[in-house]
Design a protein around this ligand. Structure first.
Ligand SMILES: Nc1ncnc2c1ncn2[C@@H]1O[C@H](COP(=O)(O)OP(=O)(O)OP(=O)(O)O)[C@@H](O)[C@H]1O
Length: 745
């Protein structure tokens, strides 16, 4: 595990490195804008809803004021339009840019004649904003407070292209460029975090000290908070504690990556930030997604209430930036929004916030409703709202600075680490969890605010989602000079390379720059029965994944909730750890959703999303069987790569088992269930496999199961997709309990 020492890059290579990133991001931005434009103009509202890109028939249930004086518009499914108040499956996530507009009749296309007549009215009532929170029954959208909100009664929520993220990444790259490639004649910039920045670009070599620094009590021996940590986890923590600039933790599925990071955070907080201070470090924890961040926050919050953890992280010292989460009611108190509004400092804001809320309440009333504001009065009232908001924002700025100043650990998504609240702050350590799911540019947002960096992830699981798939073949020229310098550049082998594609993450780039010496790998997995773990271990982790004895032989039959474990039926269904319903020869053909109405367009969630009805029937039957035999419905997860199949299976099972997770692979990374049913969907004579060709996505899907993995798919189609898929199909045929699917549908 020695560290490779690459030669430092020339100025031209550094320039090309930044320019290439800028160019690839521009391609990606264009692809995203084009896709949204195509989708919104070509697809019927019904198809957009099926693809999870729109939610129709919504009404406003409340309008309130949020941080930044924003209008928070709460949308729900009114009983006048829906029997079930729960939102159908969708892809809306916190932070997504959206548009709220009038609901158009569902059979109209937005660019069709019928819709054209309505479009003007739609635009008049529409507002754009950002998803603030998503619940089972509600979506809250934050809308710029300076705009008047006058929405029609029946609404639709529509996803838009996200330009804010791109703007922030562009700004970050420009900042980085100014730091490492100063303009001719400009003074040499100075930054306290140059050693980190330089080691990420191989301008200098990363360093480690020989021993773990003593803790705040001056104890030289490492005292573990969790004495159950295994040797590879302990080694990874030591490695990170001794790192002076950067270190990576590679965590294959179920190996306790997050568990290890939590111990690392407490170990960091137990020792001085540097040799020159007796104070503990301030830590910035980031992830690419809100979901992963909430997972970390939940664990930190829980431990911070227990001894001895609370000695280094007392209540009130964790702060979550960005949108308050939906995970746990207790967690809301850790958000900046809550503290700013409710702490001692928040008192400053309360009176003015109340007044604002009152005005907005009146303005939100519909015509004819008691207290509704009419005519000229509305204009006057909005003017007052604008003034109040100005005052609110000024007071709020002061409150935010005080609250942030007290936080020892700040959590933010990589993107929101660039928000103005963190301007001019420098953290001692930045941790990026799920770093292999983030494009490199977004990681630089928190990096530029930190002195030391810990990256955790698994390059064999989901990569960042990239739409401009042809970026690898991106041609030189015609790009406004963005690529200049790359073509004739002399690049030292093994040194810093301008990226070929945005899919190459910072984690992987550091691995190829410095070799295995830059990381430590966690080796013991605590999730899967060893039979389930054996295929991923063999094919993707050099057979090095060890199954902990506590999980290696467990089956569904051992679950305490199984009542008749001796019955033949229970044994037949529950004692097998890998089940394969091979649909080969059953003629269970796939279907492309929305054929004839824009369904052929490639989308991020659907490449003309596919479904397979017969397969869905087999899946539903197996799921019902497991639950009837005593497996809790909440412990059965159904995973499929296609959104259309998610919708189809949901329509069969959701009402019966609302607690059962039915989702796409992307939403399940980091999660686990006792039983996972995997529907592969693809079945065609030409062997096209689409999303299944991405082995990392498949790896995530097959490593979510603890006791049983059931695969439903067509081996003859899937086996043609790639060498990896062929190997998997052969393994399933040889190792799984193979069943004939023809009898099931
Ligand atoms: N040393 C340990 N001893 C016992 N259980 C452990 C240990 N480390 C982790 N676990 C358990 O293993 C499970 C997986 O841990 P965790 O969620 O941290 O894994 P992960 O690597 O982040 O997972 P993912 O595959 O989603 O990336 C959890 O239930 C955790 O409690």
């Amino acid at each position: 595990m020695s560290l490779k020492i690459p030669s430092p890059p020339s100025r031209a290579v550094l320039e090309a490195f930044i320019a290439r990133h800028q160019y690839l991001l521009q391609l990606e931005r264009k692809a995203e804008e084009e896709q949204t434009r195509l989708l919104n103009s070509n697809c019927s509202p019904r198809l957009l809803e099926q693809r999870g890109l729109a939610l129709g028939g919504l009404g406003v249930s409340n309008i309130s004021v949020g941080l930044g004086g924003k209008n928070l518009i709460e949308l729900h499914r009114p009983s006048a339009y829906h029997v079930n108040p729960q939102l159908p499956p969708h892809t809306f996530r916190n932070g997504d840019p959206v548009r709220i507009e009038a609901h158009v009749a569902s059979n109209a296309t937005l660019n069709g004649t019928k819709a054209k007549g309505k479009k003007k009215d739609d635009d008049e009532g529409a507002v754009e904003g950002v998803v603030y929170r998503v619940g089972q029954e509600k979506v809250i959208v934050a809308v710029d407070g300076s705009k008047e909100v006058d929405l029609p009664e029946r609404l639709r929520l529509l996803k838009l292209a996200n330009s804010v993220t791109f703007d922030r990444m562009d700004k970050t790259l420009l900042h980085l460029r100014r730091l490492i490639i100063p303009e001719d004649g400009a003074p040499s910039p100075h930054a306290q975090n140059f050693p980190l920045i330089n080691s990420l670009l191989s301008i200098q070599t990363p360093m480690w000290c020989k021993v773990v620094p003593p803790n705040l009590k001056d104890e030289k021996e490492l005292q573990w908070y969790d004495d159950k940590l295994n040797d590879s986890q302990k080694e990874a923590i030591r490695f990170c504690l001794t790192a002076e600039n950067v270190a990576c933790v590679h965590g294959p599925p179920g190996t306790g990556k997050t568990h290890t990071l939590i111990e690392l955070i407490f170990q960091l907080l137990s020792r001085p930030a540097s040799l020159t201070t007796a104070l503990p470090p301030r830590i910035l924890i980031t992830t690419p997604s809100n979901l992963a961040l909430d997972n970390l926050l939940l664990r930190l919050h829980f431990l911070s209430q227990l001894s001895p953890y609370n000695t280094v992280l007392p209540p009130g010292s964790i702060l979550r930036l960005g949108h308050p989460t939906r995970v746990h009611r207790d967690l809301v108190k850790e958000t900046l929004d809550y503290r700013a509004a409710n702490g001692e400092e928040g008192e400053l804001l309360k009176d003015i916030g109340g007044e604002l809320q009152g005005h907005l309440g009146d303005l939100g009333k519909k015509r004819g409703e008691r207290g509704a504001v009419k005519g000229k009065e509305r204009g006057k009232k909005w003017e007052e709202v604008r003034e109040l908001r100005k005052e609110y924002r000024q007071r709020e700025g002061k409150v935010v600075t005080t609250v942030l100043g007290r936080a020892q650990v700040v959590l933010a998504t990589c993107h929101s680490a660039g928000s103005r609240q963190l301007n001019n702050m420098l953290f001692d350590v930045c941790i990026v969890d799920e770093a292999t799911q983030a494009v490199e540019a977004v990681c630089w947002v928190p990096i530029l605010k930190s002195k030391k960096l810990i990256l955790a992830g698994d390059p064999q699981q989901l990569p960042p989602t990239i739409m401009s798939k042809d970026d690898k073949n991106a041609e030189a020229g015609g790009t406004g000079g963005l690529q200049s310098g790359v073509e004739n550049l002399k690049i030292t082998r093994g040194g810093l390379q301008p990226p070929c594609t945005l899919e190459t993450t910072l984690f992987e780039r550091l691995e190829s720059l410095y070799g295995d010496g830059i990381k430590r790998v966690l080796q013991v997995q605590y999730r899967m029965n060893e039979h389930i773990a054996s295929f991923p271990s063999e094919t993707l982790y050099d057979s090095a994944l060890i199954s902990d004895p506590s999980v290696s032989s467990r089956t569904l039959l051992d679950l305490p909730s199984i009542t008749e474990r001796d019955s033949d039926e229970a044994k037949d269904a529950l004692e097998h750890t890998v089940v394969f319903f091979d649909t080969s020869g059953c003629e269970f053909f796939e279907r492309t959703e929305g054929d004839g109405e824009g369904g052929g367009n490639k989308t991020s969630i659907g490449e003309g999303s596919k479904s397979n009805e017969n397969e869905a029937v087999v899946v539903a039957k197996w799921a019902r069987k497991l639950v009837e035999l005593g497996v809790p419905a909440s412990e059965v997860g159904i995973v499929t790569p296609y959104q259309a199949q998610v919708s189809l299976i949901s329509s069969m099972l959701h009402d019966e088992y609302p607690e059962m997770t039915i989702g796409s692979v992307d939403g399940l990374q980091g999660q686990e269930r006792e039983a996972i049913i995997l529907s592969l969907v693809r079945s065609n004579p030409t062997g096209e496999v689409g999303f299944l060709g991405e082995y990392r996505r498949l790896n995530v899907a097959m490593t979510r199961a603890k006791r049983q993995l059931c695969v439903v798919g067509d081996s003859s189609t899937v086996g043609k997709g790639s060498k990896y898929l062929k190997k998997w199909m052969d393994w399933l045929e040889a190792e799984a309990d193979v069943r004939w699917a023809g009898d099931e549908a």
